[in-house]
Design a protein around this ligand. Structure first.
Ligand code: ADP
Ligand code: ZN
Length: 438
């Protein structure tokens, strides 16, 4: 490894479009063939009379039916496996709050390739073996733990598997170990900063922090900029999902102009979630991913439910891997209030544009007198609660700005700093208490 090279895997990162497509076709054909070892895919292909040899071009991908989370649930736990269990060395399972949990299996080769992908992402944003990488995300089944752990080790950084929570200890580690890079969910980063402030730690002077990987939950550009300013770092968006291994699927480069999705690992499609037809570049649709190098559990045309769009297929960084916009959230995150479609991220964007407001907020939907209403509670950044006229003006301005964005007037409540719940994992931003009429 040459520390001065901007690329960890130049042979893959710097492919031209036609080289990417040639590699994808070769890997797709091998993947589809291998899928016939999976009871689920074998049956599915037989049902529609499709044979692996029918996949002759990349466009032929569209002959293959989509795979959904429901399919994963129905085949729980091992019905998707394409390799015998004795060749698998790890499984990750999602929480399963709605129905059966899902299981993703990995062979040793899968884990090695996953570690390579994460190492490539971290290298891309300037981490090198001299760095000290602290992983402040949950471990265990949450793939942001082990995924970043092995990736950062593969890169050669000194890793600190701090896991989530215990902010005082996190900050002590950051100071004592000279931590230069942290991975955490964005909502937890703002919490860490609050505790630094409370305990008199100035991240600009008292720490060596310079790079943050933030992801696992939707966040706005405004939130990113806040984090960068607060901590004096560059914060890079990291996209991952358990079904695709975990982190390492999409990551921003130093241009910060969208997430590069690694097209030697995945085929990226953006489709209209209703018609399931591809949408043109620039148009928002559902992200659909096909794995290209997975052994234990290849997935063909997996519907992620995440909504995004293609921003471009070239980049000043020299990588031609497709650039996708930050996720708007999942189609399941969309709130429909009085017929209007609203994403939590739209609200966050507005709240974060007010420097007087903190970073923690909660949206509650209720039915009052047969009307559906939205309440937005948001913490204020500094203590000026006794200044009523200032609070009133701020409430009015926030309400107006939200109305301009979501076309409905929410009830805005400014609350004291630290009064809303904080989670160490993914933040809960919406509580829906509406009555459901049958
Ligand atoms: P679960 O499916 O239980 O939430 P995962 O950890 O697999 O567990 O979550 C993956 C999902 O998290 C993605 O499908 C996406 O909705 C969300 N996500 C992950 N990274 C990001 C990101 N950088 N921006 C927005 N959403 C993200
Ligand atoms: Zn780039």
């Amino acid at each position: 490894m040459d520390d001065r090279s901007p690329y960890l895997h130049p042979q893959f990162e710097c492919l031209s479009r036609s080289e990417i497509e040639a590699l994808q076709l070769e890997r797709l054909q091998a993947t589809v063939k291998h899928c016939m070892n999976s009871p689920f895919y074998k049956k599915r292909f037989e049902q529609i009379g499709l044979k692996p040899s029918d996949i002759k071009t990349l466009d032929d991908l569209r002959k293959i039916p989509f795979t959904t989370k429901q399919d994963l649930r129905e085949t729980y736990p091992f019905g998707m496996a394409a390799t015998p269990l004795r060749e698998c060395v790890r499984l990750h399972s999602s929480s399963g709050t709605t129905g059966n949990p899902t299981v993703i299996l990995h062979t040793q080769k899968d884990l090695d390739q996953w570690a390579d992908a994460v190492a490539r992402c971290l290298w891309m944003v300037g981490l090198r073996p001299d760095d000290v990488f602290q992983n402040s995300s949950g471990y265990g089944m949450f793939t942001g733990g082990l995924g970043f752990q092995y990736g950062a080790e593969r890169l050669g950084a000194l890793t600190v598997p701090a896991a989530a929570g215990n902010s005082l200890r996190q900050i002590k580690f950051i100071k004592d170990f000279g931590t230069t890079a942290v991975h955490a969910v964005p909502s937890y980063v703002t919490r860490l900063y609050e505790v630094m402030k409370e305990t008199g730690v100035d991240p600009h002077k008292d720490t060596k922090l310079r790079v943050l990987a933030i992801g696992a939950e939707p966040h706005s550009e405004e939130q990113r900029q806040r984090i960068e300013k607060m901590l004096g770092v560059k914060a890079y968006n990291s996209f991952g999902m358990s079904e695709m291994c975990g982190p390492g699927v999409g990551f921003e480069c130093q241009e910060q102009n969208g997430l590069h999705f690694w097209e030697d690992y995945y085929i990226v499609e953006i489709v209209n979630p209703e018609t399931l037809e591809p949408v043109p570049d620039g148009e928002i649709g559902e992200l659909v991913l096909t794995t290209l190098n997975r052994e234990a559990m290849p997935l063909l045309r997996y519907r992620t439910r995440d909504l995004t769009r293609v921003l471009g297929r070239t980049c000043p960084c020299g990588r031609n891997h497709v650039r996708l916009d930050r996720m708007r959230g999942r189609s399941d995150d969309m709130m429909v209030l009085r017929g209007v479609n609203i994403f939590p991220i739209q609200i966050e964007k507005i709240l974060m544009s007010f420097p007087e407001l903190g970073s923690n907020y909660l949206i509650t939907l209720t039915t009052d007198d047969d009307n559906d209403n939205m309440t937005v509670e948001v913490e204020i950044a500094e203590m000026f609660t006794d200044d009523y006229s200032r609070l009133q003006t701020l409430t009015k301005n926030v309400t107006r700005a939200l109305k301009d964005e979501i076309l409905l007037t929410p009830h805005v409540k400014l609350v004291a700093k630290g009064s809303l719940p904080v989670s160490e994992g993914k933040a809960v931003r919406v509580v829906d208490k509406r009555k459901v009429y049958q």
